[in-house]
Design a protein around this ligand. Structure first.
Ligand code: ADP
Ligand code: MG
Length: 283
């Protein structure tokens, strides 16, 4: 079932100075996101990723084309709050997303603004903190948490709103490797076990490899789309777009160029090890 759709969407920013042209940040993008999907949007800096995902929950409205969340068009102001509740957003900097001085109050913040009953707030906050494994920090000050823990608190705040879709704009860019793993494991679990639809913007190919589907943006357009394996197997194109290729795919490309008949585009170390064993057994 389709949950989000962009129809031929374009967006531009006002010209930086008078006499200069407007900045066309998103150009005629069409995309359909299915319920339960884990979609990743990749692309180098300035390719339009942040602008595009802000169009997906109505933070920005299209200059032309349309965006729909379920049955609602994002330009329909009578449903702005429904849309924001259904499509939650996590940004890059965890510090900019935390508003309260106690973790559980931070998670409750959106619900209080929505006027949810206190007993229901309590239930939802407890559940959301437990889902992201942060229950033991409920009474603590967010300022003492690591970056990865802060992002998980921010995710709990979104989950408490019972969203259908989680949009994330480079949520791990400011985290250390262990924080990145914590956040990505949490996101993957939410998607696989709870069926939450995820749209992740990243420039880390290891994160992109976890998605069901990848879209690569360049100059405001989607230029490549497919499963991670389909996209990354186009090693030269991916590199030309300024992105990293999974090292095992690069190795398999090199082996093929040297006349070794590697099959099936192994993408992980595990897959490559299996394929090398298979090749050895053929010798
Ligand atoms: P990405 O997230 O892929 O780095 P962005 O969506 O941030 O890309 O930017 C796309 C284009 O829009 C870039 O050329 C960028 O300079 C421009 N841009 C982004 N934000 C603004 C803004 N607030 N005002 C003017 N131009 C902007
Ligand atoms: Mg960005």
């Amino acid at each position: 079932m389709e949950i989000l759709r962009a129809n031929d969407v374009s967006f531009e920013y006002d010209a930086p100075e008078e006499g200069k042209p407007a900045v066309k940040a998103v150009k005629n993008v069409s995309l359909s996101v299915q319920q339960g999907e884990f979609l990743c949007i990749l692309g180098h800096n300035g390719s339009g990723k942040s602008t595009f995902i802000k169009l997906l929950n109505g933070l920005y409205l299209p200059k032309s084309g349309s965006v729909t969340v379920g049955v609602w068009d994002t330009t329909d102001e009578s449903h702005t709050w429904d849309i924001r509740q259904k499509v939650g957003m996590i940004f890059q900097n965890p510090d900019n997303q935390i508003v309260a001085t106690v973790v559980e109050e931070d998670v409750a913040f959106g619900l209080e603004n929505m006027g949810v009953e206190p007993a229901e707030i309590r239930r939802r906050v407890d559940k959301a903190l437990s889902t992201v494994n942060m229950t033991e920090y409920a009474k603590q000050s967010p300022s003492r948490l690591s970056g990865g823990q802060k992002q998980r608190v921010a995710i709990a705040g979104v989950l408490a709103m019972k969203p259908d879709v989680l949009l994330m704009d480079e949520p791990t860019a400011m985290l250390d490797p262990s924080g990145r793993k914590e956040v990505m494991d949490t996101v993957e679990q939410l998607n696989r076990e709870k069926g939450l639809t995820v749209v992740l913007v990243t420039h880390f190919m290891e994160e992109a490899m976890r998605a069901d589907r990848l879209c690569v943006m360049e100059k405001g357009s989607i230029v490549l789309e497919g499963t991670p394996r389909e996209v990354f197997a186009q090693t030269e194109t991916v590199k030309a777009l300024g992105l990293d290729v999974p090292p095992m795919l690069e190795l398999s490309e090199r082996l093929k160029n040297d006349g070794i008949a590697v099959r099936g585009d192994p993408m992980t170390i595990e897959e490559m090890a299996q394929e090398l064993c298979r090749l050895k057994s053929e010798i």
